[in-house]
Design a protein around this ligand. Structure first.
Ligand SMILES: Nc1ncnc2c1ncn2[C@@H]1O[C@H](COP(=O)(O)OP(=O)(O)OP(=O)(O)O)[C@@H](O)[C@H]1O
Length: 258
């Protein structure tokens, strides 16, 4: 198992130019190999929290601890994926997938790792194509391959599927969950899509806003085949989560847990 363990300790954050705290008194853990969705309405602080896990933003109070050490800076061991795949359009798929290895000065590993990750994301046949000739979904697969090539312990996803059509989005959601599980990666996903959270996550943290706090910590107990089929169990889990999410969004949440 190579997934990261994450502990959020007494974390609060106030931006210099904001009136009050964006996040307050957050305390929770993410276990090795767990897939956790941060679900909340726009502006509740999901991206801020994710950026802190990535070491891109520092909390004004408290800390993010990964594998027992406080996070001070970005690392190839925990990588972020965004809505835009940000590829170099004139480079081939294989060259784009190799960029993370180049930046971390592991060029001697490109020849073995790039074919390995392109295979994982189902793009082996596209290795020599230019990135600009691919569809949006395929470009996100290249970005995923680039992230996986450095063998991270954790993937941090900031709504990476929201620009894709429904069919492409669904197949990427399923594939990314499967890949993360196969590799034993910890994964944290920011979303405001309840069905995405149910489909992908083992656990969903429903966030309250103003300030952002964990209002509900929900375990998704669906078996893998039920996640795929849009089964009755999936619909029930989705309805249960939607109710909690709606209550929180309308300010009817019970005592916050965070
Ligand atoms: N650099 C900044 N300076 C000041 N305020 C900021 C900054 N970045 C974000 N904010 C504010 O912090 C709050 C939380 O923003 P954040 O992007 O984390 O929310 P979010 O839940 O990810 O939203 P969305 O779903 O719309 O992406 C918002 O009110 C936003 O305006």
């Amino acid at each position: 198992m190579r997934g990261a363990h994450v502990a959020i300790r007494a974390l609060s954050h106030t931006y210099r130019r904001s009136d009050g705290p964006v996040l307050r008194d957050m305390d929770f853990e993410i276990h090795q190999g767990e897939v956790v969705a941060l679900l909340g309405r726009s502006g509740c602080g999901k991206s801020t929290l994710l950026h802190m896990m990535a070491g891109l933003t520092h909390p004004s109070e408290g800390e993010v601890v990964i594998n027992g050490r406080g996070v001070r800076a970005p690392s190839p061991r925990w990588v972020m994926m965004f809505q835009a795949p940000s590829l170099y359009p004139w480079m081939t798929v294989a060259q784009n997938a190799a960029l993370g290895l180049r930046f971390s000065r592991k060029t001697n590993e490109i020849a073995t790792r790039v074919p390995e990750v392109l295979d994982l994301v189902d793009l082996a046949a596209f290795a020599e194509r230019n990135a600009q000739d691919l569809s949006g979904g395929q470009q996100q697969r290249v970005a995923l391959a680039r992230s996986l090539a450095t063998r991270p312990e954790m993937l941090l996803l900031d709504e990476p599927f929201s620009a894709l059509d429904a069919f492409t989005r669904r197949s990427l959601q399923q594939d990314v969950r499967e890949i993360a599980r196969r590799l034993g990666l910890t994964m944290v996903l920011v979303t405001h899509d309840v069905s995405e959270a149910v489909l992908m996550a083992d656990r969903v943290l429903v966030l309250d806003a103003n300030p952002g706090r964990v209002a509900h910590d929900v375990t998704i107990t669906l078996k893998e085949d039920a996640r795929r089929a849009g089964s009755d169990a999936f619909q029930e889990e989705q309805a249960r989560l939607m109710q909690l999410y709606t209550d929180v969004a309308h300010g009817d949440a019970t005592t916050p847990l965070g």
